[in-house]
Structures are given as C-alpha cells and as structure tokens.
Design a protein around this ligand. Structure first.
Ligand code: FAD
Length: 470
C-alpha cells in the first residue's frame, strides 16, 4: 500500500517530532507516510524517555511519601514495600497504551504507517527495510528527517545495559541496586538517580563540570542541589571518570579531578552513563544525497526547517536546538506548515525546561547570569514556597519562584520555579513571555487561592514592588 504512489510528505522517524509532523501534514490534506524502524510509535520520548521516566518518578515518589511523609498527615500503616515487577508493569502499560494511541491517531488522520528502516536512495525516494523482513521504496515530494537522537557513549566505557547502563537500561533494572553511580548531572541523570534513590539505592552523581544542570539559573540550581542532597543524593563535581570496569559482581570506577590530580576508586553495583545525547542519522544515507551536517553530526536547516537539499527537511533532536520532546513537536508543526505554503514559527528562547525530580525545577527565558552578561539592567523578584499557603497546607513547601524583569520596561526576561509541580506552574510564565508581558501584568492578574500559582504572582509583585505575604 505504501510503496509506489507518491506522497506529498514522507516522515522518517515516528518520535514526537515525526509523528506530530505526520498527523499535522495529514490534517492539512497532504498525502503522508511515516516510516519508523522501532516497531512502535512515539520515539525515544514515549518508548525509553519522557513517559517511562515520569511513570517511575511518580511510582517511586508515592513509595517515598508513604515511607517518609504519610505519618505526618496522620496516615499510618504497619509496613510498606516495593513490588518492582508491578512498578515496572505499570510503566510498561502506560507506554504501550500511549504507543497504540498514536497508531490510532494515524488511522484516524489517514497517515500511512510503514514499519522499517528508512534510507535515502535519492532526495525523493526512501528504501525501507521493513520490520517483517521485506523491502519497499516510498516516494515523496517532501521528506522530513525526524530520526532523533541516541545515547552518547563515553570513550572506553562499554554499556551492557545490565551493570553499566544507559537511561534505557536504568528504566528497566530488575533489582534495586545498593549503590548506583550516575555519570553526568544533567536532568536525565538526576531524574533516574531520584527514582532509584527513593527506592533505596545509595546514589552518587559524578560530574565533570563544576555545576549540575548547566542551563539552570545559578541561584535556583544551588537550592536544587541542596534539596537533592537532603534526599541523600551525593555529588562529586569537577570530577572526571577515567575508566569504568565491570568486576565480578559490581563495577569499579576510576576517577580523578577534572583539572588533573590523584586518582580515586569508586565502587558501584550499577553505573548509569548519562553524559548527553547525540543526533542519530546512522544508516540513513545522508551522504548519498549530500545533506549538510555540523561537527556534532546535527543536520543543518534554515528557519523553514529546509536542509541544503531541495525537498528535504529536518526537525527535532537531529537538528540544533534544545533536545526536548515539546521542541521537536513545535518543529514538526511549523515545518509542515511551511511545506503546505503557510507560515510557521518556533522561538527556541520560549521553550521551557523542566526537571521532573521532587521538587521539580522549571524555567523559561533567561537566567540571571545570561541577563547580566547581556549587560541589561534588570530587577529580580523572589518568593519562597514557605510563605505560600497551599504549599504549607500540604506540607510540601520546599522551593522558590524567581522572576527576572527588565528594569526600565518591567518586561519579563526569565522565570525560574522550584516546587512540586513546577512543570505545570511554568506555563503561565511561558505565555507571559510569549506575549511580552511585564511582571506587573502577572501581579495584577487574579490568581485563585489557595494555589501554588500565587507564589508566581507574589514573585512578580516583588519584582517592581513588595509582595503581600512576606
Ligand atoms: P526521537 O524521539 O528520538 O524519535 C526518532 C525516531 O526515529 C525513533 O523512534 C527512531 O527509531 C526512528 N528512526 C531513526 N532513524 C530511523 C530510520 N533511518 N528509519 C526509520 N526510523 C528511524 N524530553 C522532554 O521534553 N521531557 C522529558 O521529560 C524528557 N525525558 C527524557 C528522559 C529520557 C530518559 C530520555 C532519553 C529523553 C528524554 N527527553 C525528554 C528527550 C526526548 O525524548 C527527545 O527530545 C525527543 O524524543 C526527541 O524527539 P524526536 O522526534 O526528535 O526524536
């Protein structure tokens, strides 16, 4: 069915970038085929990323709350234990329901779905080695490359997905490791470290740089690191991993200071390598048609998501920009709108970042460090959740809101939130930034009481005036 009829759009990759682009294209009346090699739709995000990690973060949080917080709320029981296979089962169920949901959306929108590995024969012809074992050629006037990213390995470290794991292995451990070492203090490492730490692992995070999550505002980052340390997560910053060797029943890491110096040994039961992700274009045949990439292997595109080869576009993790699912989705919609002769627009400065630990950290716009380095005159308004009634009522008040606004105009430049559910709270700030709002615009907007969102209103107030509740 897929084969010889020409498509208006062929999307290679069924992740959040690719499947969203395919649905949007079909909705705009374009004949569309999506090629995905994995056998299931949803890409990294749905199969081995955003969704399974959030499932485990929620389940492990419930266990941790049951152990450490329920008694404070007068909820008592004699014992609480982890049933890891059941926890993993709930995660797997969520993933499979959602992947099948996208297949349903493809059917509903009449997107033709081809399961197989796509490879360019020409700028308008893709050879597909199908999952069933055959081969077919899919033709399209426009091709969208949405092949995403893959785990970045470290030189000399062999990932076996059992004792030395990537995020994929860390989402599917069959036992709770006694000692987990996480290499890399980015959001993925901290989220997976939180999951296993809550379930009982001693977690040590080793990071080459001086700071955790480099994209975070410095002041919020400090508080965030303290919050994680209170949860017994240990940090070894400015530390280089020299080697990682599987031993009889564990793993031995050799470390040294990033700046050079004496080596030390760290032992673990499981090591998670989460040193970042790299664009994935292997076996795609980019050379055959001459698509340009940068030194990091990312496909170069213009503001219309067009590559240097006419008719060939690229979106998501495989091009420069934040490597996030919601960014990939925005790329996908805009790219298709351009193909359909409409206008599209994605502003990477307006892409929120969220770390789904507890508390969560969410941010949009500029950090104080960035504003300072731009030489802009600015004001900062802050409000702690300790002074927020809802946070106190539920006894979950660790965190802060920080609003940064331009001094002269009061225009909001950045908002940084650490709190339970910060990932939900941030969108008011994203909308405000998107519409060029001032902090006074937020402060004069009525916020329901008692809600966590009132902390953002108060921080906005604190930017140009005084907050009420502090
Ligand atoms: P991908 O999701 O990587 O999809 C690309 C797809 O293309 C894959 O399914 C692949 O099989 C397929 N493909 C590749 N080459 C071919 C080929 N030649 N032929 C056919 N198919 C091919 N982001 C967030 O925004 N929020 C989060 O909470 C979050 N959590 C994460 C947690 C983890 C553990 C990880 C690893 C990532 C997380 N991310 C998160 C990042 C997010 O997963 C990615 O940014 C997102 O998946 C990128 O989407 P994409 O469509 O560009 O690529």
């Amino acid at each position: 069915a897929s084969g010889s009829d020409e498509n208006d759009v062929v999307v290679i990759g069924g992740g959040p970038g690719g499947y969203v682009a395919a649905i949007k294209a079909a909705q705009l009346g374009l004949k569309t085929t999506c090629i995905e090699k994995r056998g299931t739709l949803g890409g990294t995000c749905l199969n081995v990323g955003c969704i399974p990690s959030k499932a485990l973060l929620h389940s492990s949080h419930m266990f941790h709350e049951a152990q450490h917080s329920f008694a404070n709320h007068g909820v008592k029981f004699s014992s609480v234990e982890v049933d890891l296979p059941a926890m993993m089962g709930q995660k797997d169920k969520a993933v499979s329901n959602l992947t099948r949901g996208i297949e349903g959306l493809f059917k509903k929108n009449k997107v033709n779905y081809v399961k197989g590995y796509g490879k360019f024969l020409s700028p308008s012809e893709i050879s597909v080695d199908t999952v069933e074992g055959g081969n077919s050629v899919v033709k399209g006037k426009n091709i969208i490359i949405a092949t995403g990213s893959d785990v970045k390995g470290l030189p000399g470290i062999t990932i076996d997905e059992k004792k030395i794991v990537s995020s994929t292995g860390a989402l599917a451990l069959t036992e709770i490791p006694q000692r987990l070492v996480v290499i890399g203090a980015g959001y993925i490492g901290l989220e997976m470290g939180s999951v296993w730490g809550r379930l009982g692992s001693e977690v040590t995070v080793v990071e080459f740089a001086a700071d955790i999550v480099p994209t975070m505002d410095g002041e919020v980052r400090k508080q965030f690191q303290r919050a994680l340390e209170k949860q017994k997560m240990k940090f070894m910053l400015n530390t280089k991993v020299v080697s990682v060797d599987a031993t009889g029943d564990g793993v031995k890491l050799t470390l040294e200071p990033s700046a050079g110096g004496d080596q030390t040994i760290l032992e673990a039961d499981v090591v998670l390598v989460s040193a970042g992700r790299v664009p994935f274009t292997s076996g795609l045949g980019l050379d055959t048609i001459g698509v340009e990439t940068d030194k990091a292997g990312r496909i170069l595109v213009n503001e219309r998501f067009a590559t240097n080869v006419p008719g060939v576009h690229a979106i998501g993790d495989v091009i420069p920009g934040p490597m996030l699912a919601h960014k990939a989705e925005e790329d996908g919609v805009a790219c298709v709108e351009f193909i359909a002769g409409k206008e599209g627009h994605v502003d990477y400065d307006m892409v929120p970042g969220v770390v789904y630990t507890h508390p969560e950290v969410a941010y949009v716009g500029k950090t104080e460090e960035q504003v300072k380095s731009l030489g802009v005159d600015y004001r900062v308004g802050k409000f702690p959740f300790l002074a927020n009634s809802r946070a106190k009522a539920i006894d979950d008040a660790e965190g802060i809101v920080k609003v940064i606004a331009e001094k002269e105009s009061d225009k909001i430049l950045g908002v940084h939130i650490m709190s339970p559910n910060a990932g939900e709270l941030i969108h008011e700030a994203v909308l405000a930034l998107q519409y060029g709002a001032s902090s006074e615009d937020i402060a004069r907007t009525c916020h329901a009481h008692p809600t966590m969102s009132e902390a953002l209103k108060e921080a906005a107030m604190a930017t140009y005036d005084k907050p009420i509740h502090m």
